[in-house]
Design a protein around this ligand. Structure first.
Ligand code: HEC
Length: 163
């Protein structure tokens, strides 16, 4: 006996097939999305890796520190040079020695106490100010204006310590 497909059965089957087709197309869409990222060329798949390796091998080993290069400007450090204060001995050796070791121009010689007794009697402060401001032939600060007052005083102390 032949089975007759009723309308209700037809619609049920039709609905099931429609759902299967829709589900299948969604599945295919997802799959194609996943595989779209892959290339058929093996090189392309490792492109990022290859680029990274090439970058590593060709990396520069150093940088030239050019002041004109704005990229590395911040790496340039400018040392702040503070003026170092000379010690009494240093000031003496660089400035006062020329006259006070030889006695040039009638300068009282270092270590020759007899030439200093009268001067010492004037008091240290007078000697300081005369050395700073100059006295007789001796120019102010021995002619070197860049010496600070303290450096000159230290040099006087150094001279007196040698007598
Ligand atoms: C160009 C040579 C010359 C130089 C450089 C020189 N002196 Fe003299 N100095 C003299 C002479 C000359 C006198 C003696 C001046 C006088 O009594 O008329 C003298 C005197 C002095 C006196 C004695 C001042 C006094 O009141 O009797 C002191 C202290 C002195 N010098 C310190 C120094 C010191 C410190 C320096 C270095 C910073 C220095 N001198 C550099 C030539 C020099």
């Amino acid at each position: 006996m032949e089975h007759k497909v009723t309308d209700a059965e037809f619609y049920r089957i039709f609905a099931i097939i429609t759902i299967i087709i829709v589900a299948l197309s969604i599945f295919i869409a997802i799959l194609s999305n996943v595989f779209a990222g892959y290339s058929t060329s093996a090189d392309d798949n490792y492109k990022a890796e290859l680029q990274e390796l090439t970058h590593q091998r060709t990396e520069p080993i150093g940088k030239i520190n050019l002041a004109s290069n704005p990229v590395i400007k911040q790496e340039i450090q400018i040392a702040k040079v503070e003026k170092m204060s000379l010690s009494g001995e240093e000031a003496y050796n660089s400035v006062c020695m020329s006259c006070h070791t030889s006695g040039a121009a009638g300068a009282p010689m270092i270590g020759n106490s007899s030439q200093w007794t009268d001067r010492m009697a004037k008091g240290k402060e007078t000697l300081y100010s005369n050395a700073i401001n100059g006295i007789g032939i001796m120019p102010a600060k021995g002619g070197v204006a860049t010496l600070s007052d303290d450096e000159v005083k230290a040099a006087v102390d150094y001279i007196l310590s040698k007598n």
